[in-house]
Ligand binder design. Structure first.
Ligand code: PPS
Ligand code: ADP
Length: 198
């Protein structure tokens, strides 16, 4: 194995000391849902809210990941698995740094989301299912991708000709309501508060 002769170094400044200094319990808020479900919009609003409360946050989403770290990956099942694996490892490093991490990826496969959970300690992985129906996502179509997927211009599009495995027992299940995003993020925040996660 590639790691056979690599010895883990135990540092004196560690997750606990960093978290104490930052005065927060680091976690990953893992938003999952179809394209157009509202992941990026809600993650952005939630991060703003946490940031205003002087929390130390970092939002990982398509723009800063698929253009860089995962710039070599496409949308085959194999590439999506690798995409989520890399993001999970990065999220773990941020948690080790004491950060509240927000992620906004479709992350369509249960096994890959569970992989991220398995890298973290109990309570550090918060799965947030943005449960917006396909019809709503398709009517929003903010990037025109559903239209292209329906016409066959793009292949392997989630919800059309590529699978989405909905979470079975997410920590947070955000059901759809026809309302502005600012209202939805308040509902999300209240659910997180109820569970003592923010
Ligand atoms: N074939 C196909 N299927 C799904 N999505 C596609 C595809 N091609 C491009 N896009 C755009 O890429 C964004 C999804 O990237 P993710 O990294 O979140 O996908 S995944 O988690 O690896 O499945 C997704 O962004 P969001 O709309 O923000 O979800 C799309 O804009
Ligand atoms: N209540 C809501 N929550 C989130 N997004 C909403 C809401 N209502 C309308 N929208 C719109 O839906 C679109 C969601 O797109 P986006 O956040 O990019 O989703 P995703 O990241 O899941 O693809 C945006 O154009 C946003 O303004």
């Amino acid at each position: 194995m590639a790691t056979d002769n690599v010895v883990w170094h135990k540092h004196e400044v560690n997750k606990t000391t960093r978290s104490e200094k930052l005065n927060q319990n680091p976690r990953v808020f893992w938003l999952t849902g179809l394209s157009g479900s509202g992941k990026s919009t809600l993650a952005n609003l939630l991060e703003k809210k946490l940031h205003e409360q002087n929390k130390h946050t970092y939002l990982l989403d398509g723009d800063n990941v698929r253009h860089g770290l995962c710039g070599d990956l496409g949308f085959s099942d194999k590439d999506r698995v690798e995409n989520i694996r890399r993001i999970s490892e990065v999220a773990k490093l941020f948690v080790d740094a004491g950060t509240l991490v927000l992620t906004a990826f479709i992350s369509p496969f249960k096994a890959d989301r569970d992989y991220c959970r398995s890298l973290l300690e109990e309570g550090e992985f918060v799965e947030v299912f943005i449960d917006t129906p396909l019809e709503v996502c398709e009517s929003r179509d903010p990037k025109g991708l559903y239209k292209k997927a329906r016409s066959g211009e793009i292949k392997d599009f989630t919800g059309i000709d590529s699978a989405y495995e909905a979470p079975e027992a997410p920590e947070i299940h955000l059901t759809y309501q026809d309302e502005p995003a600012e209202q939805t993020v308040e509902r999300l925040y209240a659910l997180l508060q109820e569970k003592g996660l923010v």
